[in-house]
Design a protein around this ligand. Structure first.
Ligand code: JDQ
Length: 240
């Protein structure tokens, strides 16, 4: 069982997401559990405050450390080797984190319990991060308004690698980023559309030829759009 707990002030953002086919099926099969936890329920003041003004002044608000650390420790335990030994790993989504890539996704999918912390406002008290978070991750170099959308991206990317979550494991390994290359073009019916035809080779029935053609198109597209991916690739045949 792969368990994901999400700490957020907007748990309702995850409701329809949790019901999407892949995640819903895995939850019903008992291979996956995704629970959200309202950060406000971990506050102890009458106003249920999760933010406060920044020390040193400046615009915006900062997330208070107490409810965050209380929530994380209740769900994952105290930071340290015992927590990691249980397979629990606490990730804070933030623009200051290391960039999430497929290699990191594979590593996260190898854990058994992820606690995802979604911030809001302009920052999080550094002491909460130091005390309770194992890793800060960003999904890309652009600024969102909170960690919820990044958390959903991380959940989709990791859960599809968890055995038993995707129905067909064959459709997985051959995919673009798992090979360190982009996918080439795909086609479906009709064979002719607005004067453009499906490449003849794909309708030839020669699977060896089709496979080589796809490999060439993938390489061509990767060279054109993402040459950085080809530079990172190990010599052919080696697993990344
Ligand atoms: C939060 C914000 C100004 C943060 C608050 C919490 N890849 C990625 N982009 N943006 C985020 C992640 C992200 C994640 C969590 C977040 C943005 N903000 C907004 C505003 C400075 C820092």
């Amino acid at each position: 069982m792969f368990r994901i707990d999400v700490i957020t002030i907007f748990p309702e953002l995850f409701e329809t997401f949790r019901q999407t086919s892949l995640l819903g099926a895995a939850r019903e099969a008992g291979t996956l559990s995704i629970e959200t936890h309202d950060l406000r329920s971990y506050t102890e003041d009458v106003h249920r405050s999760v933010d406060d003004e920044p020390y040193g002044g400046g615009p915006g608000m900062v997330m208070k450390p107490e409810p965050l650390v209380r929530a994380i420790e209740e769900l994952a335990g105290e930071k340290g080797p015992d927590r990691e030994a249980r397979g629990a790993f606490v990730v804070l989504l933030s623009p200051q984190g290391r960039r999430l890539d497929q290699k990191e996704v594979r590593s996260l999918a190898g854990r058994s319990h992820l606690v995802l912390v979604c911030g809001r406002y302009e920052g999080i008290d550094q002491r909460a991060i130091d005390l309770a978070v194992d890793q800060e991750l960003s999904i890309g170099d652009y600024v969102l308004s909170g960690g919820e959308v990044p958390a959903m991206a991380l959940i989709e990317a990791t859960t599809r690698l968890v055995p038993g979550v995707i129905g067909n494991p064959e459709s997985l390994v051959v995919e673009s980023f798992e090979k360190g290359m982009l996918e080439g073009p795909s086609y479906t019916r009709p064979a002719q559309f607005r004067g453009q035809s499906v490449p003849e080779v794909l309708r030839s029935g020669d699977h060896g030829k089709i496979s080589r053609w796809r490999e060439e198109r993938a390489r061509e597209r990767t060279q054109e759009r993402r040459p950085d991916l080809l530079e990172q690739r190990p010599p052919s045949g080696e697993k990344r």
